[in-house]
Design a protein around this ligand. Structure first.
Ligand SMILES: [Zn+2]
Ligand SMILES: [Zn+2]
Length: 391
């Protein structure tokens, strides 16, 4: 197995000439910031030459370095974040943001051991440049060229790898007390997403091949108990199905058990209708029978048994303030109140939990999708630099 891997191995980063040792290299932070500000070819993902020229001059980095590429697809889902989200301002580094999210979803139940790394990740996210570019820079530069932020980015990757390898025994296939099945499956998805991302960034940092990266992920997933046939897409579908069931159950229970009532005295039937003097041979639209006297007529000219219309307008249904036949408004919709507010609060809490889980799932799902694109980019990078690596 390892022979095969070595044969297939191509470095993530082709060998570069020795990095310059001179201190006259400008500021890595600002060079990368300028590079990121330049428009990138969305088809090739190549940065414009100007950006690389500056890096090449300052550091002696070859234009075939991984830095020559966007570290991730150019389609940043910036608009997905609400204005209040810290990710909005840190949007350039969406990969790091998703690493953060995967980790957060994974660790939702325990804050243990995450604060220190999270603090560093927040710090990096707050920067306008991509921390992963620092990682790529660290892969080709000697450490005395790295700025504090670049060192922090490397630290974050290394710490996360350490956590992944030592603490990741998270796969759970059986019922776990206190964790509902859908949350448990989602945790496995987040765990999977987190493992992959972390190992991939480590591979970039250490210039390992994609083949070596795949091998390491497989081994680690095996060690953490992920079954061979486990499939992340299938897992998302399972969660979706469980959520669907849960939403239907809550909705049914709500319809059955939640009742509204008037906050004041119910409106009088006389206020919304006039008595019919001679009700003979007129039909009631509600009970579809000849009017049981006394009959009433609404302003919209529809006829009902008095008791039928009264039952309807006092029913506190969604449309009880309108004519049962033509939906013309008979009176202004009152503010009904819940008969048993406690029951309602319970349902609302259940709904909120489902919503939260769904939101978490969408984020992890998106992370997985984006990551696939990152892998594609890396494949392309390895293909295009293969010849140079051989030289
Ligand atoms: Zn009737
Ligand atoms: Zn009507």
């Amino acid at each position: 197995m390892s022979d095969q891997t070595e044969l297939n191995a191509k470095p993530l980063h082709p060998q570069t000439s020795n990095a310059l040792t001179s201190n006259d290299h400008g500021d890595l932070d600002s060079i990368l910031a300028r590079a990121h500000a330049l428009p990138v070819d969305k088809v090739s993902f190549l940065r414009p030459e100007a950006a690389l020229l500056e890096l090449a001059q300052a550091y002696g980095i070859k234009s075939t370095s991984r830095l020559a590429y966007l570290p991730q697809p150019a389609v940043y889902p910036v608009h997905d974040w609400p204005d209040s989200s810290p990710f909005k301002s840190a949007a350039p580094d969406i990969s790091l943001a998703y690493l953060f999210i995967d980790r957060d979803v994974l660790l939702r139940e325990s804050r243990q051991a995450k604060d220190e790394i999270h603090g560093a990740m927040w710090k990096l996210l707050g920067r306008k440049i991509q921390a992963l570019s620092f990682v790529d820079a660290a892969a080709v530069l000697s450490s005395d060229h790295l700025t504090e932020m670049a060192k922090l980015a490397v630290w974050v990757v290394e710490k996360n790898v350490q956590f992944t390898k030592s603490g990741m025994t998270i796969w759970c296939s059986k019922d776990v007390k206190g964790i509902p099945p859908k949350r448990r499956i989602l945790r496995n998805c987040a765990s999977f997403a987190f493992i992959r991302r972390t190992m991939f960034y480590e591979a970039r940092l250490k210039r390992k091949s994609l083949a070596a990266y795949h091998q390491e992920v497989c081994t680690l997933l095996e060690q953490t108990g992920f079954p061979n046939d486990w499939n992340v897409q299938h897992a998302f579908e399972q969660i979706e199905a469980l959520l669907h069931q849960e939403y239907s159950r809550i909705e049914d229970a709500w319809t059955e058990n939640v009742e509204l009532q008037w906050t004041c005295d119910p409106i009088a039937i006389e206020a919304v209708s006039t008595p019919i003097i001679d009700p003979d041979s007129i039909d009631c639209i509600t009970c579809r029978d000849t009017l049981t006297p006394p009959g009433v007529r609404t302003p919209c000219n529809h006829t009902f048994c008095r008791s039928c219309l009264e039952t309807w307008i006092h029913a506190c249904e969604k449309a009880s303030h309108t004519c049962p036949y033509c939906r013309a408004e008979l009176f202004k919709k009152p503010d009904y109140m819940y008969k048993e507010p406690k029951v309602v609060i319970n349902y609302q809490q259940e709904l909120k939990q489902c919503d939260m889980l769904q939101k978490d799932m969408k984020l992890v799902e998106k992370s997985c999708k984006l990551f696939e694109a990152e892998l594609e980019l890396q494949k392309k990078f390895e293909r295009e630099t293969a010849d140079i690596a051989v030289e």
